[in-house]
Design a protein. Sequence first.
Length: 122
Amino acid sequence: MPLLPWFSSAEYFIGGPAGQVLVLLAMGAAVAVFFIPQVRSLGLELGAVSAAYFVYLLLFFFPQSSILRILMPTFVLFGALAQVWVRWPRYLRYGGIFILVILQFVWLQTCWRYAAPDFSPP
């Protein structure tokens, strides 16, 4: 069933309504990205391919620890978003990097914590 894997994975990794809300926020953010002027300037073809890939992932992909690797075909969107981020004040850019580094450690702790009966490696 489409969309169900995302909510199942959020329930497994986060639990409770917070996981459901996070999935909905991620979906909203994925849609909102396409309305940023820098992304719209990429043109119809790149926007359509990226949007179609997001829809494909949403419908047929079970989210796992390699989701960032799976998102690599959408790198053009990240390039367009970099045009937005470069205009931010220095403290926001460094603060964002700091938050992303902390989240990396949180993700590693989540992936490598074994709790029986664990069914798969990270």
